[in-house]
Ligand binder design. Structure first.
Ligand code: PHE
Length: 540
């Protein structure tokens, strides 16, 4: 039996964790990339992939799916197609799980607060407080968008008009300027080293001139291979001058190397964020909100969802003397607080590990221990309606991210509704333990106040036009208790979950090697379906 309510410790997400998550080094993303590469090498179509779904096993089988998020809905949709009888038990009153889009009038409940979204009612005034971007190579989630006719538009991470803000030193740099200077300085220094002969050994046998040419192009260097600045950084006064050619470039000394090295936000992960496999262009978002995907699933399997059914016990059942499980009994609390039971041949459990460890089970000890030990990030998103799209009108920022060393960490400009009067701005998106705790521990009103004034430090005067806001601290959300399983290799231990237990199989981002992505939820769901089909065939 599982212990009750062991709460995950808050763990600081270090820069190393983050870089790992972004996909710069090893681990899950490498595995994923390798899988993709294999598919490409073989010239595979999606249906020939390693995660191919099984053929219908025959017989009549009942599957209980626990949780109506992306994993649960995918399970219901695919299992039904394979001839299984399916029912989804959902603890809350809505489907979607962490896929959550806030709009006018929506009610957001956390352990210690209740908010009502005060945005105006309009197609473009929404906030994706859970997943918000879909990488171009996440074939399965994009596949469902294609199959269901969920229209997509491009989502922007990297925007050269966005800002890098160091509250510590009080400096703000425009991204185009910082990127041009970083490249310029690196290229100039490397060219100097080459010319001094400092790299002769490394360059022996290589075409030095070609290397120097590459550096000059890479860094936008001048004829003497020094970083004198280029139009990559824009011009001093306006981005585009009038009829006269601009006299001065903005670059040369504007961001000295010392300045770049002086503030971490100017040289840290923020600078290369969009290079990672999962954050590089092209990214997408469904037009009108991420929950368009949920609605599309609901049109197909919505009738299978039973709401307000909070699972309290999951038990494999064993026939007399049988060593293998023959079914599952799930005990849950219904909408009137009454205890109820369901029997099934199989279960697909998509409940996050943070919640699952508070549920009684008769799982094997290693699995219980793994579930208890899994670490989660408790990310926070704060969004507000701006009465004027000052980022577009004043700064030509169309979508993308500004980075800051303040608690809010990042500001996202909407990748939709360009040039309309109003827009929803993401004032904060945090994922480190200390910033998550800073906001998570505050009331929604306090979070908003803090976020508003921090945005004001980046965009002076902005707080005057920032209106009604809403926030989601995922660690505080009932039946979620976290935003995604930590991607640190040390905590990526989900081999036991991936194996399942008897007739219970697990799915969700935390079971996959793609933590924090809807694609991971789908990948793990497909694996669970394969396991069930195998067991069904064997017991047919
Ligand atoms: N997929 C989420 C995002 O892009 C969470 C995440 C962030 C997951 C970074 C892994 C790495 O914001």
């Amino acid at each position: 039996m599982n212990g009750n309510g062991i709460r995950g410790q808050r763990k600081r997400v270090t820069r190393r964790d983050f870089l790992h998550a972004v996909g710069s080094v090893g681990g899950s993303s490498m595995v994923y990339r390798a899988m993709g590469a294999l598919g490409l090498v073989a010239g595979c179509s999606a249906s020939q992939d390693a995660d191919e779904l099984p053929t219908p096993p025959g017989g009549s089988w009942r599957v209980l799916v626990l949780g109506a998020g992306i994993a649960g809905l995918t399970a219901a949709y695919e299992l039904t197609k394979l001839g299984f009888e399916v029912k989804i038990l959902e603890a809350t009153r809505r489907a979607g799980g962490r896929n959550f889009t806030a709009r006018a009038g929506d009610v957001l409940v956390e352990e210690r607060s209740r908010q009502v979204c005060g945005f105006d009612r309009a197609d473009h005034l929404y906030a994706n407080l859970g997943p918000a971007r879909i990488p171009y190579h996440h074939d399965r989630i994009l596949g469902y968008c294609r199959e269901f006719g969920v229209d997509l538009e491009v989502f922007t991470n990297d925007n050269r008009a966005a800002l890098f803000h160091a509250g510590r030193s009080g400096r703000t740099l425009v991204a185009r300027q910082l990127h041009a200077d970083v490249r310029g300085h690196i290229a100039e220094l490397l060219a100097k080293a080459v010319n001094k002969g400092a790299l002769d050994e490394e360059l022996s046998g290589l075409d030095r001139e070609a290397f120097l040419d590459m550096l000059a192009t890479f860094g936008g260097l001048g004829v003497s291979r020094t970083h004198i600045g280029s139009d990559r950084a824009g011009f001093l006064t306006r981005i585009n001058p009038g009829l006269e050619a601009p006299e001065t470039l903005a670059t040369p000394a504007s961001t000295a190397l010392a300045t770049i090295l002086g503030d971490e936000v100017f040289h840290g992960y923020q600078l290369v964020f969009d290079q990672g496999l999962n954050q590089q262009p092209t990214l997408f978002q469904p037009i009108g909100g991420m929950d368009r995907i949920i609605h599309a699933f609901m049109e197909r399997v919505g009738h299978l969802v039973q709401y307000e059914s909070a699972v309290e016990r999951i038990e494999n059942t064993y026939g007399k003397g049988a060593s293998e499980a023959t079914g599952v009994v799930v005990t849950y609390r219904g909408s009137k607080n009454e205890l109820r039971q369901e029997h099934a041949d199989f279960v697909i459990c998509t409940i996050p590990a943070t919640v699952l460890r508070g549920i009684a089970t008769n799982f094997r000890r290693e699995l219980v221990e793994e579930i208890a030990a899994m670490q989660y990030v408790e990310a926070v998103k704060i969004a507000a309606q701006a009465e004027r799209r000052f980022w577009e009108e004043d700064l030509r920022i169309y979508g993308g991210i500004s980075w800051t060393d303040q608690d809010i960490t990042q500001v996202w400009y909407p990748a939709s509704g360009y040039h309309r009067a109003k827009g929803v701005l993401l004032l904060a998106y945090t994922w480190e333990a200390h910033t998550n705790a800073f906001f998570g521990e505050r009331s929604p009103a306090e979070r908003l106040d803090a976020a508003r004034s921090q945005v004001d430090a980046i965009h002076p005067g902005a707080s005057a036009v920032i209106g009604p806001g809403i926030s989601r601290a995922w660690g505080e959300v009932p039946f979620q208790k976290g935003s995604w399983a930590n991607d640190d290799p040390d905590f990526q231990k989900h081999a036991e979950l991936a194996r399942g237990d008897g007739r219970v199989h697990f799915a969700g981002e935390h079971v996959s090697f793609l933590h924090g992505w809807q694609e991971g939820s789908i990948l793990s769901t497909r694996a669970a379906i394969r396991s069930i089909a195998k067991q069904a065939s064997a017991n047919h």
